[in-house]
Design a protein. Structure first.
Length: 343
């Protein structure tokens, strides 16, 4: 039996968190996941623990766009073993996932939480702490992945032109800041790399004479990404402003020594306000989508895009297959001998 002195939410979550920490260590040291990814896992587990601890509070509060008041969560006289995460049954988990669906959570969010739970229980089974994985009795929601609204090539060019023009005017400090912004956006779009990869890009990762970057991606996997001559030139220009003792391409005085993803997001928000492009459409991830979409529109192979994006599975890259479908239709119309008859 679990010690019954843990009768409030904070204590209950702390006990679960300590159990989960073994799994989080595994994700970090063995799987090579980033702190940001592990933070998402923690949020997923906290969500289901909230549901199990106080279902009524969860139903009334989760999903609403308001600050959560955890002080309103009920306490209990004692805690049964079944309330702890290693003892969650498929019935409890199914009810939780169904509640998320009722609340209008996206299928992608529900599936991510399904995946988080499945990985944890699989880990517990592999470590011989559990005999079976309750997720084996729960079906994942099948959903078609849809490519989000993507910036057009003209819109990206408008953004880049705005930034390029901005570092030619103003004070020296303003020019430096504008040049850094231009370099950030140019490299993001030219490579399709993740913002977490960009912020941690080291000077030692640059192979400028060969116009390639050595990128460390998810799971500490390395991949080589070629860059355009324009991206090469602006990197070289920006490097003139980097302190000699800097390790990173985009250094900062923060604790990590490099610019943060939040800083990049804020820079893009400022650009969206100046260019009248919807701020929701101008994010690091949307630039990544634009990169993949635009090079596929121009003939890139799906496997090449997979390699450039750093996707471990081709199924992740298949979100872009509608572009291939359109290309094949256009090719058939142009090349088939019966196309003149309206095939």
């Amino acid at each position: 039996m679990i010690n019954t002195k843990f009768t409030n939410w904070d204590s209950y979550w702390l006990v679960n968190f300590e159990r989960l920490n073994i799994f989080f260590d595994y994700l970090y040291t063995i799987k090579g996941l980033s702190n940001n990814s592990i933070s998402s896992y923690k949020d997923d587990f906290k969500s289901i623990c909230l549901y199990v601890w106080d279902k009524n509070w969860f139903i009334e509060n989760i999903g609403l766009k308001k600050k959560l008041d955890y002080s309103k969560i009920n306490s209990k006289e004692n805690i049964k073993d079944e309330l702890f995460i290693e003892n969650f049954t498929h019935k409890i988990i199914s009810e939780y996932l169904l509640e998320l669906k009722k609340k209008g959570f996206k299928e992608s969010t529900i599936n991510r939480r399904y995946s988080s739970l499945n990985q944890f229980f699989s880990f517990e089974v592999n470590e011989s702490r559990l005999k079976e994985n309750p997720m084996d009795r729960i079906e994942r929601i099948t959903s078609k992945r849809v490519l989000p609204d993507v910036l057009s090539e003209e819109e990206v060019e408008e953004i880049l032109n705005y930034i390029r023009n901005s570092f030619n005017t103003g004070s020296e400090s303003k020019k430096k800041k504008s040049l850094r912004t231009a370099c950030l956006v140019e490299v993001l779009y030219a490579t399709g790399m993740r913002v977490s990869e960009l912020t941690k890009l080291k000077l030692a990762d640059l192979r400028l004479s060969r116009r390639i970057l050595n990128v460390i991606g998810k799971g500490n996997k390395q991949r080589i990404i070629p860059i355009t001559s324009r991206a090469h030139d602006i990197i070289v220009n920006w490097m003139n402003y980097i302190p000699e003792d800097s390790v990173y391409l985009f250094p900062s005085y923060g604790i990590n020594g490099h610019i943060t993803r939040d800083s990049v997001n804020k820079l893009l928000v400022d650009i969206s306000l100046s260019t009248n492009i919807d701020r929701k459409r101008l994010t690091p991830h949307k630039l990544r989508h634009a990169f993949a979409t635009h090079i596929m529109n121009r003939g890139a192979d799906l496997r090449v895009v997979q390699e450039l994006l750093g996707h471990s599975s081709i199924s992740t890259t298949e979100i872009y297959t509608h572009i291939l479908d359109k290309r094949l239709v256009d090719l058939l119309k142009k090349s088939h001998p019966l196309s003149k008859d309206g095939i």
